[in-house]
Design a protein around this ligand. Structure first.
Ligand code: XMP
Ligand code: MG
Length: 179
């Protein structure tokens, strides 16, 4: 499985160190406030697991699954909810936990959708962002790493549902796409 990677962009240690820094910042920013962590399935599973366990107090977590219509690896911004939140978020501080912000279209739809439900605030925490791919002006409060505009897998991110379980983030070797 490791040999399917062309290169490792982020090692396990780099990811974990950065998540710990982000968690510390989140705890500082939300001191004394209750926050609901909303993970976006499926990509955010690893970020949610590791980030939330680095936090020092209990946080409620919930999940959404959305599908962005589009071909293959490109998203269109037209989004469908596959699984909605289990609980009402009105009056609550919501922190969306994402794996990656690419064009930003899915996320901007999600922010608008959640904002319409009357939360106290909606912010975003993402492990990865591709600044060169962003098509919308989005403010993302917590960004782990800005990465080049290349398709990446691992640490929750998939290619055809594979590679989510890698501990690193990397790009795939050409032979994977051509086989
Ligand atoms: P947008 O373009 O709306 O896309 O910001 C967000 C979603 O698209 C997926 N995505 C990727 N998945 N490697 C992946 O495995 C990538 O490099 C990549 N770029 C975007 C991902 O589901 C993300 O939430
Ligand atoms: Mg995602």
């Amino acid at each position: 499985m490791g040999s399917d990677l062309e290169k490792v962009l982020l090692t396990e240690e780099q990811i974990q160190d950065r998540l710990a820094e982000m968690a510390a910042q989140i705890e500082k920013d939300y001191a004394g406030q209750e926050v609901l962590l909303v993970g976006v399935l499926k990509g955010a599973i690893m970020v949610m697991a590791d980030l939330s366990r680095t936090l020092h107090r209990s946080y409620e977590t919930d999940w959404m699954a959305v599908s962005s219509y589009g071909s293959g690896t490109k998203s269109s911004g037209v989004v469908r909810i596959l699984k909605d939140l289990d609980r009402d978020i009105s009056g609550r501080h919501v922190l969306i936990v994402e794996d990656i912000v690419d064009s930003g279209l899915t996320l901007s739809w999600l922010i608008a959708n959640l904002s319409s439900r009357g939360p106290a605030s909606v912010e975003v925490c993402t492990l990865l962002r591709k600044p060169d791919a962003m098509k919308v002006d989005l403010k993302v409060r917590y960004v782990g790493f800005d990465i080049p505009n290349e398709f990446v897998v691992g640490y929750g991110l998939d290619y055809a549902e594979q590679y989510r379980n890698l501990r690193v983030v990397g790009t795939l070797a050409e032979h994977v796409y051509s086989s």
